[in-house]
Design a protein around this ligand. Sequence first.
Ligand code: UT7
Length: 334
Amino acid sequence: MKKIRASITGVGGYVPDYVLTNQELSEMVDTSDEWIMSRIGIKERRILKDEDKATSDMAAEAVKQLLEKTNSKPDDIDMLICGVVTPDMQFPATANIICDKVGIVNAFGYDINAGCSSFLFSLITASKFVETGNRKKVIVVGADKMSSITDYSDRKTCPIFGDGAGAVLLEPTTDEYGMHDSLMHVDGSGRKHLHQLAGGSLNPPSFETILRRQHYIYQEGQPVFKAAVSNMADVSIKIMKQYNLTPETLDWFVPHQANMRIIEATARMMGIKDKNKVMINIDKYGNTTSATIPLLLWGYENQLKKGDNLIISTFGAGFAWGATYIKWAYDGKR
Ligand code: UT7
């Protein structure tokens, strides 16, 4: 019997209309376009301003577009996983709310929180359901409303993050196109450098947690920066070696968008000289956490060709990181 692979057969995406520029940020905190561009590489980011809208609303827009593009009906979808660190609520899962908003009634699903690796870990988890023949049409979402946990009085974190959502459809195939191997790691000792301290069972919400500003992102940039570069490069190089991929035969490097300098340093360690092979959207969307990877695939879909070799690599809170090798399954210009 031929091996079943999980193959991405479509991509959808959504970013809110509101553009938060470096100029506007520099009126809120002591920062400048020059600092943000040189240290992070972000020109602007999108923010979901509507007070009654949440992560699931952006995700639902991305999923609706995906269904339309792939001529799929909501009834056909048999699973939906949502990678997310800013769920609509503590429970139920945002995946359930997305299904409800889109009219997906024949699926089961759940959320995965692996920091900025949430989408990648969701994609790999979903692929196992497809590879075993258990599920036939699985949607994997990466979505975050980072503005809901960003402290816009903290100049160390507020320029970094943006809001957005992306989604892919996974279907089975018996040819060589689709997801090949993956590597995933966690190191919980990294939690001291990057976390949201309050709101969970350790520090339930209280006046004190609010006064201490513990419901916002806390990040020590430098240790996270170093761990991001070395670990993303490590797993990417290992996967490339496993499949005899070289910087020349690799068509696309799809890195998590945390910092332009992290992306460049990782690509350099992997030996990638051609900058055009590295997907980038951090300049216009910032770090959208779980949404960076599906939004990259969405933005570059037109340039992707059947048979292209892609390495996706991510690193984030946890620490949690990983990489996967994908042989792209369709011509993006279709
Ligand atoms: O996606 C999840 C994983 N996250 C990451 O991978 C993020 C990894 N870390 C980073 O990307 C970078 O460390 C940051 C962008 C967060 C910070 O950049 P940095 O080059 O590491 O700056 P720094 O924190 O070492 O700060 C350098 C200086 C400090 O001033 P002093 O102490 O040297 O006087 C900061 O106070 O820059 C100052 N600074 C700012 N200045 C202007 C920090 N933020 C700002 C700002 N504008 N927004």
